[in-house]
Design a protein around this ligand. Sequence first.
Ligand code: FES
Length: 222
Amino acid sequence: MKEKINNKHDDIEQAACCGCAQTNQNHGTDSKRRNLLKYLALAIPAVNCFTGNTALAAIKKKSPESKLPPQVGDRFTYFSKRLQGPLIKISDLAESDKQLLVVPVDPKTGEVRDGSRYNQILIQKLSKESLSTETQQMSADGIVAYSAICTHAGCPVTGWVEEEENYMCPCHQSVFNPKEGGGVVSGPAPRKLPALALAAENDELVVAAEFNSWIGFGKPPR
Ligand code: FES
């Protein structure tokens, strides 16, 4: 096993040397094929390394626009980096689904506004009839949107209480009612989740206004 590893290492060293590659051109087709394989073996990690660094640079160099709060006209994409990209369509959401964690997107530039954790938003489709009047006015086709940042101490409100159809913060179990404007049902949260008014445009979910209260926890910003 040890020998095998050393041979592999030797291969890489030879392929890395352009002088060796030049010499091998004289050894026929097999030799050329071996050289090609060696080249590819080196090239693939090199490409991965390059794209990885590029992605890292992109993360580090988030533009100021990516940190702006949701702007009127913004669309949404998934918060999960694995799913991020496609805009969320109204037809993607079903009443049986629990809340979805999303971030806003500038539709003109494609800039995903995930440069601030305060831009994490919960959206969910609920039956229109179940919504309070105030919540209905802010919703689009029964879809509601709230800041995902808990008003108690800032944890992401990722829990879902199936029976009551409420959101729950996993940190200290504050419960919020998405049908009643994100109001506090129980727990230490001092105020409701800020809500985001939505509109529908050609099956796309659109931000219709700023959050109806300040996002976060503690004292309000001055
Ligand atoms: S941070 Fe959410 S309940 Fe404490």
